[in-house]
Design a protein around this ligand. Structure first.
Ligand SMILES: *Cc1c(COP(=O)(O)O)cnc(C)c1O
Length: 392
């Protein structure tokens, strides 16, 4: 594990009150019977999985969702031992002992997982584990994302037959994932919905958790019925719109804009000037000498770079200082970058890379649009070297 660098002023400040606010607001928008699973994969979208999990549960979330078994184990080891944790990705059957021991709910796409897991336990003299624990699992159903899961009704029927050979398995849920609710053709949502309903007919009644909603489906398509029994809220919980719309000046026009207005971004990425100087006109700055000052300019150095997740292609993103923009001067280095100041500021002045500074805001969605990606990637790119500091 990379240790975070606490002896420099670069930090990501996570406002857990914003997470709680977002979870409560999302909860107020859905039915009482629907559960919220806080999606905290990728270290809580870069915010810190354990802290976000605690805040989300505090605010009323019923469970957690992660991508990998190891992410789930981190949360269990932090002391969250009761809450259901669903591992959304497919897992290696060799990890069966840990999966049982940590009481994780796994996702499978076929019954082969159980055969291999049993074999592994037998080979390692661990079959006694099966008298101690039951394995909770959800079946992934692929309705059009073409990522994981069964694609046909026949495959669901086959799975339902085969799983009977594994009495140590609790088959409690089935889920799918929509590929265009957060952007793309709306008709495709209808297509996936039809497939979902058709494949649901093949599920035994005992499979009671049937869920299909992420943030976009949960916020904008929650009229679909039968409802998603669980909503796996991710990006919205962090205060970001799945489509990266940000509030314009024109007021609320749609249900989508109403949700954007209600959500509060939870993370700010800040640093401080560590070096500053006035350079004469014609001074080359940074690797490759691609930038030359056109007049005498105040140039400041910041202790953050692409190894912290402030990618080289963010060169087009101005940072904020004293409520003003400052352009990046020259290429972004691994650990440092230079900016052109609007006027002289001393060493120690705060610089905001993500978040608000005065009247200005470097919103993750605006940064994403500027560099041609999505808010999700801006947040999850912030590397482990950047300490997370929590406000609660
Ligand atoms: C990541 C993920 C989610 C959460 O998606 P958001 O768009 O962040 O709400 C939900 N379900 C699955 C299967 C996922 O992989």
């Amino acid at each position: 594990m990379v240790k975070s660098s606490i002896h420099r002023p670069t930090k990501a400040t996570v406002n857990l009150k914003a997470i709680e606010h977002n979870v409560k607001w999302l909860k107020s928008q859905i039915d009482d019977e629907q559960k919220i699973y806080a999606t905290v994969k990728a270290d809580g979208y870069g915010h810190g999985a354990v802290a976000v999990s605690r805040a989300a549960l505090q605010a009323g979330a019923n469970g957690l969702a992660v991508a990998t078994v190891d992410e789930a184990i981190e949360i269990r080891q932090a002391g969250l031992i009761q809450v259901p944790i669903l591992v959304l990705g497919l897992t290696d059957p060799h990890g069966i002992a840990d999966i049982l021991h940590y009481n994780l709910t796994i996702t499978v796409g076929d019954a082969e997982f159980f055969r291999l897991a049993y074999q592994h336990l037998e080979d390692n003299d661990q079959l006694s584990l099966l008298s101690l624990y039951k394995l909770d699992s959800h079946l992934a159903i692929d309705t059009g994302m073409s990522r994981i899961g069964v694609t046909t009704k026949d495959a669901v029927v086959t799975f339902a037959e085969e799983i009977k050979a594994f009495p140590w398995v609790n088959w409690t849920g089935a889920f799918t994932h929509f590929s265009t609710a957060g952007g793309g053709p709306e008709e495709y949502i209808e297509y996936q919905w039809q497939v979902w309903q058709e494949l649901n007919e093949a599920l035994p009644e005992s499979v009671t958790e049937r869920h299909f909603a992420n943030s976009a489906m949960g916020m904008w398509h929650n009229e679909k019925s039968p409802k998603s029994t669980i909503i796996r809220f991710g990006i919205a919980m962090y205060g970001i719109d799945p489509k990266d719309s940000v509030m314009g000046d024109e007021g609320l026009k749609s249900v989508e804009e109403a949700s954007i207005a209600a959500l509060k971004p939870a993370l700010e990425l800040t640093t401080e000037i560590i070096h500053v100087k006035e350079v004469p006109a014609g001074t080359s700055i940074s690797y490759g000498a691609t930038y030359q000052s056109s007049e005498p300019e105040w140039i400041a150095t910041l202790p953050i770079g692409y190894a912290d997740g402030w990618q080289r292609y963010y060169r087009v993103v101005p940072v904020l200082i004293d409520g003003k923009y400052a352009e990046v001067a020259g290429v972004i280095n691994m650990d440092q970058m230079m900016i052109r100041l609007p006027k002289a500021y001393p060493v120690g002045t705060t610089v905001t890379l993500i978040g608000k500074n005065g009247q200005l805001e470097n919103h993750p969605s605006l940064i994403a649009k500027r560099v041609g990606t999505i808010g999700y990637e801006i947040l999850t790119s912030i590397g482990p070297r950047v300490p997370r500091v929590y406000l609660s």
